[in-house]
Write a protein that binds this ligand. Structure first.
Ligand code: FAD
Ligand code: NAD
Length: 408
């Protein structure tokens, strides 16, 4: 594409993918080279990877977020606080709740949404760890149930039961935080700790399916010590105002009564993708190696809205912040090349350094550069990963302001 005027780059979403693309572009492009517009629902960015902490109440939600204006140069980037409704790809226009914005190049980085697989009642009665509002709601709902228990004349024991659907990384990290929070919460609400039930229901035959069995064993035994009960090989079939219905054997079902149900059993791409008529699988778009959408040379999709196949196992890479940030770096490079009229674009190869799963603030398991880590070492590594993400977007000052430094 030869540019006769300054091209306009519009980035949708200020999460890991969108915000890193923006800060990289504001460094690589001069003000005379392109107009850069960032659109995000909120005036703040939140660390999606810390939301389980805010949800359990072990970290205040303000610690999890920071103002976009703290990291974006307003002389170089025009920030629009609005919600994206759809993209009119033929007209190259993004429809917002309160207006429209046209583009020459578009980056869609709107993140994921809970995947409910059509299971009845989940949308109505279960909570999910998705953003600041939902995290705050989970924390307050659990507290409300505990407070209500105290005032109930006829005690409903299920108010003190929390069901977590899914023992993937999100479910396990949330359980770790819940386990740590519970003694303090019980003390605050004068509740006998032994009356509280935290039940994790997982459809697969193991916790953290596919992860290293020795690490999984460590996680399960540590979470059990904190009071978590695992129901493995048990699929949630329905969610009701009173709890959940699970499959029991071939054709039997069982009701588990619970005052709180948190659904943490997977994500899909943002619904804006499907609303915009872009071909997708569960809201995720199989992008070209240069991260552009097939048939749309002006459109990049990154993060949880994108789908990248791991050729070794012929399955999609799980959507992670690690991948979203690597994609952001390449997207900024490729956009810079396009603005400078170069057709030589880089291709994306994920560089998976490992996975670390926290089990509360003080414990974790991980596989990093092929090495197994447990306990304090893994927990230290997890905090370093969290701090690195801050550093990549906001440099040392953001790490000082928001970083995690409690290492023991
Ligand atoms: P996000 O970072 O989620 O950002 C999306 C942005 O788009 C948000 O700012 C949102 O407000 C905005 N937005 C959404 N819809 C609209 C709209 N309609 N209009 C305007 N703005 C909108 N991955 C790891 O690699 N390591 C981890 O340790 C890890 N831990 C996790 C822990 C939890 C509890 C969860 C839920 C996920 C975790 N993940 C982790 C996965 C990781 O968070 C995601 O893969 C990553 O956030 C995806 O980045 P993204 O840029 O696509 O979306
Ligand atoms: P996931 O898809 O990784 O795990 C979902 C779990 O729910 C699976 O174990 C699945 O078997 C189970 N499940 C599905 N349907 C069920 C049902 N009906 N009843 C009971 N269980 C059911 O999803 P997630 O944990 O939400 O993670 C989402 C993404 O975020 C993943 O890519 C993950 O790797 C990433 N993540 C990474 C970290 C980390 O690296 N520390 C932490 C959190 C999330």
């Amino acid at each position: 594409m030869i540019h006769l005027r300054k091209p306009k780059i519009v980035i949708l979403g200020a999460g890991y993918g969108g915000l890193l693309t923006t800060v990289r572009l504001q460094k690589s492009l001069g003000v005379n080279e392109a107009d850069i517009v960032l659109v995000n629902k909120n005036p703040y960015h939140y660390e999606t990877t810390w939301l389980h902490e805010a949800s359990a109440g072990t970290m205040h939600h303000d610690r999890v977020r920071y103002d976009i204006k703290d990291v974006v140069d307003r002389h170089k980037v025009d920030f629009i606080q609005d919600s994206v409704v759809e993209v009119k790809t033929e007209e190259k226009v993004v429809v917002l709740e309160n207006g429209e914005v046209s583009y020459d190049y578009l980056v869609i980085a709107l993140g994921g949404e809970p995947e409910t697989f059509g299971i009845q009642g989940l949308k109505e009665y279960a909570f999910s760890i998705t953003n600041i509002n939902s995290a705050r709601q989970i924390r307050e709902h659990i507290e409300y149930q505990f407070a209500q228990y105290g005032t109930d004349v006829e005690k409903k024991e299920e108010r003190l039961t929390i069901v977590v659907g899914g023992a993937g990384f999100t479910g396990i990290e949330f359980l770790g935080e819940l386990g740590n929070r519970m003694p303090e919460l019980c003390k605050d609400y004068d509740i006998d700790f032994h009356k509280v039930k935290i039940i994790c229901v997982e459809a697969a035959p193991m916790v953290l399916p596919g992860f290293d069995p020795e690490l999984v064993k460590y996680a399960v035994s540590h979470l059990e010590k904190k009071g978590v009960e695992f129901r493995i090989g048990t699929a949630i079939k329905e969610c009701t105002p009173n709890g959940i219905i699970v499959a029991k054997g071939e054709d039997e079902v069982e009701e588990i009564k619970a005052g709180t149900v948190v659904w943490a059993a997977g994500v899909r791409g943002n619904s804006v993708i499907e609303k915009s008529g872009i071909e997708a699988m569960r809201g995720r778009v199989k992008v070209n190696p240069d991260l552009r959408v097939p048939g749309h040379d002006e459109m990049f999709i990154i993060g949880d809205c994108s789908l990248i196949i791991n050729e070794e196992i012929n399955r999609p890479y799980p959507p992670t912040a690690q991948i979203a940030m690597q994609q952001a770096e390449l997207t900024a490079k490729n956009l810079t090349a396009l603005v400078r009229n170069s057709e030589e674009l880089g291709t994306f190869t994920p560089d998976i350094k490992g996975t670390v799963c926290s089990l509360g603030e003080d414990d974790a398991i991980g596989m990093v550069f092929g090495k197994k880590l447990f306990g304090t070492k893994a927990s230290f590594m997890k905090k370093m990963i969290d701090n690195r993400a801050l550093y990549m977007i906001g440099g040392p000052s953001l790490v000082v302001k928001k970083g995690k430094f409690k290492f023991i």
